[in-house]
Design a protein around this ligand. Structure first.
Ligand code: KIV
Ligand code: NA
Length: 266
C-alpha cells in the first residue's frame, strides 16, 4: 500500500473523494485504523483528556506527546501521521513554532504537524512550511483557547462567519496543506470549503467539508462520559470492556478462571 502524502489530500479535494481521519495515541489502535484504510491519524493533544486525565488540553506538553506520536508513527504503513503542537509550544512566535515542529519530526517519525489559529498563527505556519514540514491548520473552535472563547462555543455563526473565512484564507496563504474546522455551522463550513483550494477537515463542521475527523475514544464509545452532538458512535467498546472486566472478576472469584485449558502442565 502506498503511503498517503499531502499531495493525495489535494488530489482528493480536486476529485471529490472524501478524506477520513481519526485520532490515535498508541500502537494497537494505530495498527487497526491503518488496516481499515483511515487516511490520516492525528496524535492530538486531546490525549490530555483521553490518555492523561486532564480536564482540558492546556497542560499537555511536547514531552508527553512525543512517545505517543512515536508509537503511532511506528505502527502505520499507509496513514499520514500528524503531530499536534500543544499549547505553549508555538504561540510565542515562528522560531518557537519551528523548533517545536522540528522536535516532533526528528523524534517521532510523524509526517506533518497541526497547530491552532488562523490569522494569529499565519507567521508560525509559514515558517514551519518553509522548513519543509507540512502543516495542518485548525480554526473554528480551538480547544487550547477555550478560556478565551468562553467555553465550548460554536464558532462562525452569524457575522463571525467572515472572520472564519479570513482565518481559513490566512491558513491557506501561509502554505498549510489542509485545515480543520471545528464546531462550525455547516453553511459556514460549506462556504469556506468552496472558497479554499486546500481541503477542509470537519470536526463537527457538517457534511460539506472535504474530510472528517473524530476523536477515536468518542467515536468508538470508549469514552462513556458526555460526547458532543456531532459524534456518531460506531461502537460501544467502553460497555464491552466494562462487561468483560465484570465477567473476569466474577470468574476468578468463583474459581472458573483459569480453566484447565489455560494451565501449563509439567
Ligand atoms: O487534539 C485533537 O484531537 C484535535 C482534533 C479534535 C481536531 O485537535
Ligand atoms: Na488538538
Amino acid at each position: 500500500l502506498k503511503r498517503v502524502r499531502t499531495r493525495h489530500f489535494q488530489r482528493a479535494k480536486e476529485n471529490g473523494i472524501k478524506i477520513t481521519g481519526l485520532t490515535s495515541y498508541d500502537t494497537l489502535s494505530a495498527q487497526i485504523f491503518d488496516e481499515a484504510g483511515i487516511d490520516f491519524l492525528l496524535v492530538g493533544d486531546s490525549a490530555g483528556n483521553t490518555v492523561f486525565g486532564y480536564d482540558t488540553t492546556l497542560p499537555v506538553t511536547i514531552d508527553e506527546l512525543i512517545p505517543l506520536t512515536r508509537a503511532v508513527a511506528r505502527s502505520v504503513t499507509r496513514a499520514l501521521v500528524i503531530a499536534d503542537l500543544p499549547f505553549g509550544s508555538y504561540e510565542n512566535g515562528p522560531d518557537d513554532a519551528l523548533k517545536s515542529a522540528i522536535r516532533f519530526m526528528k523524534e517521532t517519525g510523524s509526517h506533518a504537524v497541526k497547530l491552532e489559529g488562523g490569522e494569529r498563527s499565519y507567521k508560525q505556519i509559514k515558517r514551519i512550511v518553509n522548513a519543509g514540514i507540512p502543516v495542518m491548520g485548525h480554526i473554528g473552535f480551538t480547544p487550547q483557547s477555550e478560556h478565551g472563547l468562553g467555553g465550548h462555543v460554536i464558532q462562525g455563526r452569524g457575522e463571525s462567519a467572515d472572520q472564519l473565512l479570513a482565518d481559513a484564507k490566512a491558513v491557506e496563504k501561509a502554505g498549510a496543506f489542509a485545515v480543520v474546522l471545528e464546531m462550525v455551522p455547516s453553511e459556514a463550513a460549506a462556504r469556506v470549503t468552496a472558497e479554499l483550494s486546500i481541503p477542509t477537515i470537519s470536526v463537527g463542521a457538517g457534511p460539506h467539508c472535504d474530510g472528517q475527523l473524530m476523536v477515536w475514544s468518542d467515536w468508538a464509545g470508549f469514552n462513556r462520559g458526555r460526547i458532543p452532538r456531532f459524534v456518531k458512535q460506531y461502537a460501544q467498546i467502553g460497555e464491552t470492556i466494562l462487561e468483560a472486566a465484570r465477567a473476569y472478576k466474577d470468574d476468578v472469584e468463583r474459581g472458573e478462571y483459569p480453566a484447565p485449558e489455560h494451565e501449563y502442565k509439567e
